[in-house]
Structures are given as C-alpha cells and as structure tokens.
Write a protein that binds this ligand. Sequence first.
Ligand code: ADP
Ligand code: MG
Length: 256
Amino acid sequence: MSATDRTAPIVELRGIRKSFGELEVLRGIDLEIFAGEHVVIFGPSGSGKSTVLRSINLLEPPTSGSLKVAGIEYGPGVPGEKAGRRGRPLELRRTVGMVFQQFNLFPHLTALDNVALPLRSVRRVGRADAQVRAAEALRRVGLLQRAAHYPQQLSGGQQQRVAIARALALDPKVMLFDEPTSALDPELVGEVLKTMREVAETGMTMVVVTHELSFAREIGDLNVFMEDGVVVDSGPRGFFEETTSPRAREFIMAVR
Ligand code: ADP
Ligand code: MG
C-alpha cells in the first residue's frame, strides 16, 4: 500500500545497545527502514520495544551502536568518546515525530493551541503562522471542527488524534507510535487506527509498536518481533502467517 524508496534507508540502527545501570535492555538491534515504509514492532511487555523507539529519536540515547535518521548520524565517534558527543542530536530529533500511549495534551490549552504550541516553542514559528499550520494538521486528522475544544471536552480517541496532529504539524520525516491505542476504551480504537491508516496513505514513514495485529497485518511492510532486547525474527507482509520462530508464533496466537 505504500510507495517505498529503497535506494537508501531513512532510519538505520546498527548494533544498538542500551543499558539502564546493570540491566541491558537492548542487546544489539539492527534495523533498516526505507522512506515510505510502515514498520510494526511487537513482542512481550518489557522486551525493549519502547526503548527502540525512544532511541530512534534519542529520548534514550543508545549506550553503544550507531544511528542514522534522514542522513543525520549519531554515534560513538572516536573510541573512548561518549556516544552523542559527535553528531547532531537536536537536528536528528527534529526529523522524528512521536505519539505516545498517553496523549500528554495540556489540559488548559485548546486542541488548536496544543498543536500550535510546539510549532511556536520548538520551531519558532510566529503566532499567526502556527495557528494556520495547527488548523491544517487538525484538518488532516478530521478534527478541525473541534479546534476550540479543551482535552476534557474530547473523547480519548479524539485526544489521541490531536496528539497525532501535534506530531504531524512539525512536519517530521518519520513518525513513531508507541502503543497509541492501548490506553483507549475498545470502542475508540477504530478512529485512531483510521487516522493512522490515513497518515500511512500519505506515504509517511512510520514505526508502530502495537498489539493490534489485524491493523499490523494491514499496514506492516516490515514486521519485527522482539524479545529480551533482541529482534527474534522479522519479515515482510505475510510475516504473521509465515514466521517460523516458535516464540513469535506463540505470541501471535496468544494476542489474537
Ligand atoms: P516494552 O516497551 O517492550 O514493554 P521497554 O522498552 O519499555 O519495553 O522496557 C524494556 C526494559 O527496560 C524493561 O525491563 C524496563 O523495565 C526497562 N526500562 C525501560 N526504561 C527504563 C528506565 N528509564 N530506567 C530503567 N529501566 C528501564
Ligand atoms: Mg512499551
């Protein structure tokens, strides 16, 4: 369903490791994602899925390994130098949008102002221009008519769509979604998946951590099963039926 440009990866993880104190939660992750590709990451709780997403946008800088996003490199540099001393972490982070399980909207701001705020504070866009761009982003998620509503006046599904608009407004090259529907009542999941499907159809590069396997089957150009900080198996469309990994099969049977 997506037109991918396979000439060079837009996201490249090489030997990514991450430790929190004694605990090594990523133990060598290699991942190549091409522009326009839709990647699904799934696996048991605690396997390191969120940490992979958070390393892609450097919310959790890797302990070792190297990372390249939209041509911007982040790596350990010369031996002995701490990861991140080299590279342009702020510039890299700007190319990546993220949507979390908890929508994290400011309760005292309208939907429009929630979307406009990072445009103004992060991108230094002027007030009037930020409002225009925020309105356009709300239109893309089908919520322009709710622009003046406060989060508490919106359903959880609508709040998550505002959070998607907030990320889109910053014009990212890659969008990361960390279990975007897990905090929602079941009847609200569909509208968020629909919005994500529409974003996917624009050709946006997306990495989605989800247990919604029917959605995953639909959008996953590349499907990645993780356990214990490693990629156990991965594959293209058809992966959920074709994986020969016993652990992946067991997990797929259990969640569906
Ligand atoms: P998943 O998203 O697959 O459930 P996470 O990436 O959130 O897994 O977590 C992987 C492991 O890393 C878990 O054992 C978790 O407790 C641990 N972990 C994640 N973030 C931190 C942190 N900031 N400090 C310490 N441990 C963490
Ligand atoms: Mg997680």
